[in-house]
Design a protein around this ligand. Structure first.
Ligand SMILES: *Cc1c(COP(=O)(O)O)cnc(C)c1O
Length: 410
């Protein structure tokens, strides 16, 4: 890290030296105890049991069920396949209501199996599904709702459960962000018919690639276990259509190692969040997405909502300024799923009905955090943002010739 920038002219975008020598990416993996991981991997190699009902996957499933307080956990090779299997096991078809403000996999998991995602707008306070609009989007073809606990902050679970009950719909939660988070004091994982976690490398706890479906419904869990293993009910005995959704032993070993470090990872994320909160307090037009201290949070996402008009600098210009400093901030989620293919072409939706999704997706910036990000780094990033906001007119004036060239952030 070089010295802190003092004037607008020090900013790298205007020719100064970047604040960081190396790129700071969002979602650099949290690693647990390396020695414990290597011991487990050696044990796996010694046993020559690499996948298919191995003991590490079984132990990982037990531990995830314990952490989330759910009866059944089925480990899956990744979160997307976990969504696909959960959707199929719930027999969803026709139309399923999902937010457009999510990672594209939520929609793809439906479309991949010929189910139409019907995009619903969000609440600008929670960033999650607006239950009132969900209800208006229900048609005779609707079979389910998938809520996404964006940033690990819960959907309006009770209202969605009530809607699903009254309209006889399946209810699934994409809890990819929400492992080890709670809602009204209850751990996420036990809501709706089932919930899906992702343990991708960028997520709070990771298994390199991985995911899990958790549910309190024994019949559903049994169906999911068959489906993730080609429908095999025993040797040479296939009882239903299935796929290969199995998690490998090495992935489970990584997951078990992450679970041992859960509290440490949360503590670091929380420290970074508090530093960002202090460092960005009272900046006009910039708001840090807040976590309810009364709930369990994994604090994995540091998200700014930028009111460009109030700041006087566009979200995309702010991202470009940060990139020049080697802070690889992300526009996450941008654009909404309805603006990406195949949805943009195949099922264009009335833009007005997703106005809040569009507004939010044009305002968000995700910043680096996690165990790879030191306190001084967070303070330096806050310093850059504060400098830019304090001198926003000068920054804007200097940016103008470039902005008019139509450059956009990566
Ligand atoms: C990461 C993510 C997924 C996909 O999980 P993978 O394990 O990467 O397949 C799905 N939904 C959301 C909201 C995610 O963030």
């Amino acid at each position: 890290m070089s010295g802190l920038h003092k004037t607008v002219g020090d900013l790298a975008i205007f020719g100064g030296k970047p604040a960081f020598a190396e790129a700071l990416h969002v979602g650099r993996p949290n690693l647990g105890n390396r020695q414990r991981l290597l011991e487990r991997i050696n044990d796996i190699l010694d046993s020559r049991w690499l996948t298919n009902h191995g003991r590490y996957v079984a132990e990982f499933e037990r531990r995830v069920a314990e952490v989330t307080g759910v009866a059944h956990c089925v480990a899956i090779c990744n979160g997307t396949v976990a969504l696909e299997i959960a959707i199929r096991a719930l027999n969803l078809r026709g139309e399923v209501i999902v937010p457009a403000f999510t990672f594209i996999a939520t929609a793809h998991a439906l479309q991949w199996q010929g189910i139409q995602p019907v995009f619903c707008d969000i609440d600008l306070l929670t960033h999650n599904l607006d239950p009132a609009q969900v209800e208006r989007l229900i048609t005779p073809r609707t079979t389910g709702i998938i809520g996404v606990h964006v940033w690990g902050r819960s959907c309006e679970v009770e209202r969605l459960e009530d809607l699903a009950r009254r309209h006889h719909l399946g209810l699934l939660f994409d809890a990819a962000h929400a492992f080890a988070c709670s809602h009204h004091g209850r751990m996420m994982g036990s809501f709706g018919d089932a919930e899906v976690f992702s343990f991708h490398a960028t997520k709070f706890a990771n298994t390199f690639e991985g995911g899990a479906i958790v549910t309190n419904n024994s019949e559903l869990a049994a169906r999911i276990r068959l489906m993730k293993n080609f429908g095999f009910a025993g040797k040479d005995h296939v009882v239903c259509l299935g796929t290969n959704g199995k998690m490998s032993e090495v992935s489970a070993a990584m997951g078990l190692t992450a679970l041992e470090s859960l509290e440490e990872i949360i503590a670091v994320n929380r420290r970074n969040y508090e530093l960002y909160r202090a460092g960005l307090a009272e900046l006009p037009g910039i708001r840090l997405v807040a976590y309810d201290p009364a709930q369990k949070n994994n604090y994995q996402y540091i998200v700014l909502v930028v009111d460009s008009a109030e700041v006087g600098i566009s979200r995309d210009d702010l991202v470009r300024i940060l990139h020049a400093e080697n802070v690889i901030a992300r526009r996450y989620f941008y654009p909404g799923c309805h603006r990406m293919e195949p949805y943009r072409s195949c099922c264009p939706q009335d833009g007005a009905s997703l106005a809040r999704t569009d507004l939010l997706s044009q305002s968000v910036i995700s910043l680096p955090t996690g165990t790879a990000v030191a306190p001084e780094t967070v303070q330096a990033i806050c310093g850059i943002v504060r400098l830019v906001v304090a001198h926003r007119r000068e920054v804007q004036r200097r940016l103008e010739p470039r902005s008019s060239e139509g450059a956009t952030a990566a």
